[in-house]
Design a protein around this ligand. Sequence first.
Ligand code: ATP
Length: 236
Amino acid sequence: MLKIESLNVFYGHVHALKDITMEISQGELVALLGANGAGKTTTLMTISAILKPKSGQITYEGLDLTHESSRQIVQRGIVQCPEGRRIFGGLTVSENLLMGAMRRSDRVNLAADLDRVLEIFPVLGKRRNQSGSTLSGGEQQMLAIGRALMATPRILMLDEPSLGLAPRVIDDIFKVIRTLHQQGVTILLVEQNVRLALEIADRCYVLETGRVVMQGTGAELKANPKIENIYLGGSA
Ligand code: ATP
């Protein structure tokens, strides 16, 4: 469905992505793992066309996306839920959700989609007239995912959805991610909680200083001593 080939991305002289190659099939949940600064967010930002690669290609169902704008990428159904939520604090919960639908050309199903998001996250329904800034961290993360869902994603890119949240809230968020996956949404998940990501992902890519250094199924990587030592705090 989505293919990334030999992608090179720079911030000035900083070579952030080095010949990154990866792919995601329809319906898959693929996790992108790695330490701080490995290039995970840069990968998502480049797919979203917020960053432009120096070389390489991104194709989506055979179509070359490399020179498309962010607006076109969203309209094609590739939607990013950013690290740190980035909700609009001064807008209400409902307004935040509607912001997610801004680039949609089909507005007929808007009300039904809003109902669906509020069904997935009932707490947002209770707080729909409250301003975004008054929500807890977990509720803000739910709002950020809900806003992305309002764009009717075919590929949902989630950047660090567990960041800064309590374990119980992380469980709730991951339950929703699992449900969305079961409903057929294709998901690219960036996650520093490697243990959780390995549990949930069909396949994973591990990035180190801008390069893909490992890939495999969750089970394969879990059994890899390097993953155990570096990311799971083991003594393999
Ligand atoms: P984190 O989990 O900390 O967000 P990450 O894997 O998402 O890490 P990136 O944010 O993609 O990593 O960063 C990849 C590299 O690019 C790092 O070396 C980082 O310092 C550098 N970098 C990121 N953003 C910028 C920027 N705006 N200007 C210069 N360098 C940047």
